[in-house]
Design a protein around this ligand. Structure first.
Ligand code: ADP
Ligand code: MG
Length: 697
């Protein structure tokens, strides 16, 4: 099979639909997909028949409604197509009703109190805007998941709502600016995914990796990432084979995997697809993470998607490249050759700036998790302060609007690379700034604060809704302006918006302490941890935003807030328990083993006929005994504190306690354990150390 033949071969995509569906049915389905119109049951029935036939031809025996509950993972329940017809015979059946609606028992999914146990029923509803696909002999139908009374219990429903809100507001303002052909606007996303690969056998021996996805103790080897030799380095054959297989599996599922390379940390890699409509990109990213794990198994690896698997080297993030495109194919964030004259671009650009400034707290919230707390604000990932990088040219354009000065268009500069055999190319008008959480990169924004394991849904819900709100405020200001005065009114609006919101623009180095001080002066938020930022979800300004655009109801917000708090507490709770067990069952016994052999050695030495000292043994015995005792006491404290946390009724109070007390207990333990690990022989540890895991693949 050639690659173009392989690509999308397991997807019920437009090409297959056109081939398999009667013309009128195809047209009706297309209308539903493109214009969000209601789908009639007879259309659904016809689509179901075609889908089933195609699925069976491709080896499927089952179908599943695939959904994204608040666990952050995907969920599925498989039903076979078989239907007994008597005489011990069956036929393969799949109806329109089964396609459009499912009724999984929802009682065991997180609902944050939304759903009482007596209302266990949940519904899944087909999302025709994301194509169905076949995986492991099952037809997967992407669906939204809600409760019996219609409240969203998943990550897809609010995302679809936010895309609609943005489309509505963007179309309104475009019409007002005289762009009358545009009927809808979609947001687009390209998520760059980072991950680690470790050997499966190593992984299985590490209790901390198995239960928490990250190492809770572990001393750094002599070498980390300081030589900068891994980033974009040659792929090791085993890793290259993995990436090759991964690409093929993703391509079959119609996921346009494009770029792959080694990342900064040893054993760390990245994969980036070509961008797609946000909804599809979110589904594809969930699938990508799953396929990454599955293919890893086949290659004797485990793929780690945790934000901070190893202390002392970089963790993993996910860059959310985001833009807006009209149904006529125009990228609204493309500045064109002369951005200063491109009013449409400037309106959308300033709307994004306003949105980010007004709702920086929600953007920070949308990337908050126990795992990501290890990265944000450390010198490897953008700071917890949300700011925008625009680059010199756009900043100059905005300056000229603010000050009513003429903007002398800068010519694109031909890049001189000093070797005439190399082709000359034009320098990008924006340079790269890796330290900014939200950077303009030519014709899109790159939101860089996301953690590697996060569903990209949440951050895009916030972005879409905040920008929709900014556009809607612009519309209110401009809607009654007579046509002759419109251009002055737009100019004034741009100017006012820049003056009011330019504090969020920062082109400098976001990793410095000076920026933290400067940001505070500018009045920007700096939420350092997840429990710090979660309460902003239920603040009036933010509830109003979501409710007014129909993204969440008030009770949906409160339920999600509860889920986030609980999730944070549970994560640290499991980490604390794992650490206690690892100390008691593995690490302390390892110290004891070494102590025992030192004592035996000293004893034997003393019995030798010649007088030699046991100086070193005694020193080591003393040092290790002190650490051993410390670890025991510290673990006792951790266990006591954990019991206190468990008894707390208020979930915010509990989350704060986990953050300030339990995490601190764990860090104190780690400092001692890592010092001890550097002294004891490798082979008394019942699990592989950092050196083995990071450098021996
Ligand atoms: P880099 O971040 O290294 O500059 P690229 O510019 O190639 O890399 O793009 C990174 C990601 O951004 C890719 O997934 C790409 O498809 C995506 N991207 C490009 N254009 C858009 C767009 N208009 N909307 C959303 N994502 C985009
Ligand atoms: Mg990038």
């Amino acid at each position: 099979m050639t690659i173009p033949e392989m690509y999308g071969s397991l997807v019920f995509n437009d090409k297959i639909m056109r081939e398999k569906l009667p013309k009128d049915i195809y047209k009706a389905l297309r209308k539903t997909i493109d214009k969000n119109t209601h789908l009639e049951l007879d259309v659904a029935n016809a689509v179901a028949v075609a889908m089933k036939e195609w699925a069976i031809e491709n080896g499927a025996t089952h179908f599943t409604h695939w959904f994204q509950p608040m666990t952050g993972f995907t969920a599925e329940k498989h039903d076979s197509f078989i239907n007994p017809i008597g005489n011990g015979e069956i036929i393969m059946e799949f109806s329109g009703k089964e396609l459009v609606k499912g009724e999984p028992d929802a009682s065991s999914f997180p609902s944050g109190g939304l759903r009482a146990t007596f209302e266990a029923r949940g519904y899944t509803a087909w999302d025709p805007t994301s194509p169905a696909f076949i995986k492991d002999g099952t037809l997967y139908i992407p669906t939204a998941f809600c409760s019996y009374s219609g409240e969203a219990l998943d990550k897809k429903t609010p995302l679809l709502r936010s895309m609609e809100a943005l489309s509505k507001e963007a179309t309104k303002i475009l019409k007002l600016l005289g762009n009358t052909e545009v009927e809808s606007v979609t947001t687009t996303v390209g998520p760059e995914q980072e991950y680690f690969l470790v050997d499966k056998e190593d992984f299985k021996k590490r209790m901390d990796l198995v239960f928490t996805g990250r190492t809770l103790i572990g001393a750094m080897p002599p070498k980390g990432q300081e030589m900068e030799d891994h980033y974009f380095g040659t792929l090791k054959p085993r890793v290259a084979a993995y990436m090759h297989d991964l690409d093929e599996e993703l391509w079959k599922l119609g996921i346009p995997a494009k770029t792959k390379h080694n990342e900064v940390a040893p054993a760390q890699h990245e994969l980036a697809p070509v961008f797609d409509t946000t909804n599809v990109a979110v589904d594809h990213n969930q699938l990508t993470m799953e396929v990454m794990r599955k293919v890893a198994e086949k290659h004797g690896f485990v793929c780690l998607l945790h934000e901070k698997p190893f202390d002392g080297i970089n963790g993993s993030g996910k860059h959310n490249n985001w833009s807006m495109t009209t149904n006529t194919g125009v990228n609204l964030l493309d500045p064109g050759k002369t951005p200063a004259e491109n009013v449409q671009f400037l309106v959308f650009l300033t709307a994004v700036i306003k949105a980010v400034d007004d709702y920086a707290d929600l953007m920070r919230l949308s990337v908050a998790s126990a795992g990501n707390d290890h990265r944000l604000g450390a010198n490897e990932a953008p700071p917890a302060i949300i700011s925008i990088f625009l680059g010199d040219e756009l900043t100059a354009v905005l300056d000229s609007i603010e000050n009513d000065t003429f903007f002398g268009e800068k010519q694109a500069v031909a890049m001189e690379i000093g070797a005439s055999v190399l082709p000359h190319f034009m320098k990008d008008t924006t340079d790269r700034n890796r330290t900014s959480p939200f950077a303009f990169t030519g014709n899109k924004f790159e939101f860089r604060s996301l953690g590697s394991s996060l569903s990209v849904s949440g951050p895009n819900v916030v972005l879409n809704t905040a920008v929709a709100e900014a556009l809607s405020q612009f519309y209110e200001i401009l809607k009654d302006v007579p046509e002759a005065e419109l251009s002055t009114a737009v100019h004034n609006l741009l100017k006012d918006t820049i003056v009011k919101h330019k504090r969020v623009v920062f082109n400098g180095n976001g990793y410095t302490d000076e920026w933290v001080a400067e940001a505070e002066k500018r009045g920007l938020y700096n939420y350092r941890s997840t429990p710090d930022v979660l309460p902003v979800f239920v603040e009036k300004k933010n509830v109003d935003l979501f409710v007014s655009h129909g993204i969440f109801t008030e009770s949906e917000i409160h339920s999600r807030y509860e889920i986030l708090l609980e999730n944070y507490a549970k994560t640290i709770h499991i980490e604390a328990k794992t650490l206690s067990d690892m100390l008691n069952q593995q690490f302390m016994p390892a110290i004891a083993t070494y102590l025992d052999s030192l004592i035996t050695l000293a004893d034997k030495k003393q019995k030798l006929p010649t007088a030699i000292t046991c100086k070193t043994e005694l020193k080591l015995i003393e040092k290790l005994t002190a650490w051993y005792d410390d670890l025991y006491e510290m673990n006792e404290k951790l266990i006591e504190d954990r019991i206190k946390a468990e008894a707390m009724e208020d979930s915010l109070e509990a989350a704060k306690f986990y953050q300030s007390v339990i995490l601190a207990d764990m860090e104190n333990i780690r400092a001692v354990a890592d010092a001890a690990e550097a002294v004891i022989p490798e082979d008394v540890l019942p699990y592989p150390n950092y050196a083995k895991m990071l450098f021996y693949v």
